[in-house]
Ligand binder design. Structure first.
Ligand SMILES: Cc1nn(C)c(C)c1CC(=O)Nc1ccccn1
Length: 326
């Protein structure tokens, strides 16, 4: 049985975390994304004007799936599309011999401009993979039958290298016990229900956050508008229409944010929520908590995930998420 571990290196401000992946003879840095289900990469088929600064997948090592294509649009309206190959993909020593690899023939500006990222490796459920005419499986679903345990874990850290593991849980990476909650995979996401919250306090008791997804591919923590408003009232922040989100003082006074999941309280330090200065040297920061208005659910992105050890587990038949304090 296979198992393995791969580093997750943070970009500036922990905007994303990138992991080395070998596809055929190419070694790329991919953004592992539990919020989507396509494995795509800049490739020899991506226009030079869009791929400056990126490592590219050389599809010559792959077997083209004739007449297949893919096209994805993310919630932030970024996107990409192209052709499909099968090739050998290795992540932390775990090998998928014939993995669907989606070679980009077009990518949106934000992907071209983020030169550290050579593509995405989707870890949501394969039911939302965009390949046509026949949907393909994620890397995790492809290797799942060969894994020691049908699960992967995520240990993201503030401003430091974390890791993903496949096939095993590393108990040295968390403290205390793991709290498991059921996952509703009907929308293809690692979707769960979050409970009460508290701003600055220690016991998450007010209100209820509600439906949420665990999404490593999203930088911030998107919460219901009322919860977000309550947070920034205590944090001394304000909604800045020009910035398109809440901002707050960078100066270290931001309160912690706690949320109950499965009856256990998990706390995001205030320092994670003073996310990044609006511009270099500014004393005003863009907030790491933003409203989930219009999204349809809350998104527990990297701002939350770097405060916990997360286990994405399908070993029990129905999927479940495990969270433990880091
Ligand atoms: C769903 C959603 N709505 N809104 C406003 C945001 C920001 C999202 C999350 C999102 O777009 N995540 C993402 C983007 C690119 C690649 C991977 N994940």
């Amino acid at each position: 049985a296979q198992s393995g571990e791969v580093a997750a290196d943070p970009q500036q401000y922990d905007q994303a975390y990138l992991s080395p992946v070998t596809i055929g003879n190419s070694e790329l840095m991919l953004d592992f994304d539990t919020g989507s289900a396509d494995l795509w990469a800049f490739s020899n088929e991506t226009p030079a004007s869009q791929s400056q600064g990126h490592e590219r997948y050389d599809s010559a090592t792959g077997t083209e799936l004739d007449g297949y294509s893919w096209s994805i649009t993310y919630g932030d309206q970024s996107g990409a599309g192209g052709n499909v190959y099968t090739d050998k993909v290795v992540v932390g020593g775990v090998t998928a011999t014939r993995q669907a690899v989606e070679a980009a023939t077009s990518v949106s500006a934000s992907f071209s401009q983020n030169i550290d990222s050579d593509g995405l490796l989707g870890l949501a459920f394969s039911s939302i993979n965009t390949v046509q005419p026949r949907q393909q499986t994620t890397f995790f679903d492809t290797v799942r039958p060969t894994l020691a345990k049908a699960l992967f874990t995520c240990d993201l850290r503030q401003g430091d290298a974390g890791s993903y593991t496949f096939g095993y849980i590393d108990s040295s990476k968390y403290q205390g016990t793991v709290t498991y909650v059921p996952v509703d995979d009907s929308q293809g996401f690692w979707q769960f229900t979050a409970g009460g919250y508290s701003v600055g306090g220690d016991n998450a008791t007010s209100g209820s956050v509600g439906t949420a997804i665990a999404d490593t591919g999203t930088s911030l923590l998107y919460l219901p508008a009322a919860v977000t408003k309550a947070y920034y009232e205590q944090a001394g922040g304000r909604y800045d229409n020009q910035q398109g989100g809440y901002t707050l003082p960078c100066n270290g006074g931001a309160p912690d944010f706690s949320v109950a999941i499965g009856g256990k309280t998990f706390t995001v330090p205030g320092s994670y929520i003073a996310y990044a200065p609006l511009t270099t040297g500014s004393s005003t920061c863009f907030g790491g908590i933003q409203p989930d208005t219009g999204i349809g659910f809350s998104i527990f992105g990297d701002v939350f995930l770097k405060a916990v050890y997360a286990i994405f587990d399908v070993s029990q038949g129905s999927p479940r998420l495990g969270f433990a304090a880091q």
